[in-house]
Design a protein around this ligand. Sequence first.
Ligand code: MG
Length: 236
Amino acid sequence: MRESGRVTGLVLKELENFIKPGISTMDIDRFVEDTIRKNGMTPSFKGLYGFPASACVSINEEVVHGIPSKKRKLKEGDIVSVDVGSTYKDYVSDAARTYPVGKIDPEAQRLIDVTRDSFFEGLKFCKVGYRLSDISHAIQMRAEGEGYGVIRDFVGHGVGRDMHEEPQIPNYGAPGRGPRLAKGMVFAIEPMITQGDYEVETLLNNWTVVTLDGKLSAHYENTVVITDGEPELLTL
Ligand code: MG
């Protein structure tokens, strides 16, 4: 999983320079797939539940599961979320980032920053002795404290031989509930945060999830290992 995570993290790092106005969401998908395969791994999302591409690429009000397309071009001022998984020797890693496209509105940048910060707030509770929902609660408090909405319909999850394993890890909820964290557990923790309400709908393509109010949404995710000390981030 460390090896897998290293490549997923590398792909997301390299996308920082790749993403610019004028490229298509399919260009991002090609870049992601090529980079994963060059490193001797396979893109975990391709074919997962029938998903047709290697990366989920979601622009602006799209929350998750955007399908790459040659026709969807990035424009200056957009924000774009890219979710990537790599599989190595049957082990999976999962991570996501939201990127600015060219120069963006300061409010859009603040959404990206707070989404990332809320992940790290949750990470403080990724330690033996806490319970699962302590992570959820910390993420919610940080994001809502900044006036943002926390997506309810999509959540973090265990990850290992499969992309989506038990337990589910909501980004909201009361603290002190759920399993006690133990050394060796591996989670994909992934706040999805909006400028507005948390209500979403799925487009007619049956994949792309958008905010109902049309406001921007950002995503930040890493694969995290619980150790007997500080948590280990496999994808950063
Ligand atoms: Mg995930």
